[in-house]
Design a protein around this ligand. Structure first.
Ligand SMILES: *Cc1c(COP(=O)(O)O)cnc(C)c1O
Length: 226
């Protein structure tokens, strides 16, 4: 077994335990393996070990890495989990199966236009800045309900759920609760929350998908991009 396969198994077992502890059905939480900064060879190890869902935070990096992998492995699902610029929306819609970071009207408009133009149907999440951090992407908590409504009604987007990245070093629980409350208020069923350090907590608080990088692939050589 490769190192990646070993770590993947540990994470999968731990995730199953967290599901069980939280009274969630086994296999009900989607594991998004965050492969940013890691090579095609490393990603291939995870795919060979049975992982099918992956996350990348940069459109440019994903475009260099994923077309080959998608051609070789047909059933992989790719999530965009990093901030989106309007000039990257066409490429993002073409490459990603799930876009988790819709956070402003300009992006909603561009994504909507590209979906119509390309005739594709990616699953979509709205990112919420639960900690009101100025450097972080995401719609403000108090604007979330209105923004989701705008996406749905004005831009005809089919929003599946909400995503957040709690402030580093803070207790993530209240942030996960806030996201869950907002999703419920918007009538959305999916919650993308929880990373290597806090995914068990996120599952307790209702996460339907967790985004895990370093616990699977090891430490990255660069600082975490937010
Ligand atoms: C990098 C990243 C992750 C994974 O972080 P780890 O701590 O390595 O698990 C999750 N979500 C987002 C948005 C990221 O950018």
């Amino acid at each position: 077994m490769t190192n990646v396969a070993k770590r993947l198994k540990i994470v999968r077992d731990d995730l199953a335990l967290a599901e069980q502890k939280s009274g969630r059905e086994r296999g009900s939480v989607t594991l998004v393996a965050v492969s940013k900064t890691h090579s095609q060879a490393t990603v291939s190890e995870a795919i060979e070990a049975g992982q099918t869902v992956f996350g990348e935070n940069r459109v440019q990096e994903a475009m260099a890495k994923w077309p080959d992998l998608k051609a070789k492995y047909e059933n992989v699902e790719l999530h965009l989990i990093g901030p989106l610029q309007s000039n990257k929306c066409a490429n993002a819609v073409a490459l990603f199966d799930v876009i988790e970071t819709i956070d402003r009207e300009k992006i909603a408009r561009e994504i909507s236009r590209e979906i119509a133009k390309q005739g594709v149907d990616p699953r979509l999440f709205v990112q919420v800045n639960t900690g009101a951090e100025p450097q972080k992407a995401g719609v403000a908590v108090e604007e979330t309900i209105e923004f989701v409504r705008l996406c749905e009604q004005e831009y005809d987007l089919n929003i599946s759920g909400l995503m957040c990245i709690p402030p580093f070093g803070e207790d993530p629980g209240p942030h996960f609760d806030r996201l869950a409350e907002l999703a419920s208020a918007c009538g959305l069923g999916e919650l993308s929350m929880g990373m290597s350090g806090d995914y068990a907590t996120a599952i307790e608080h209702g996460a339907t998908q967790v985004r895990i990088g370093s616990a699977i692939f090891g430490e990255r050589q660069v600082f975490r991009a937010e």
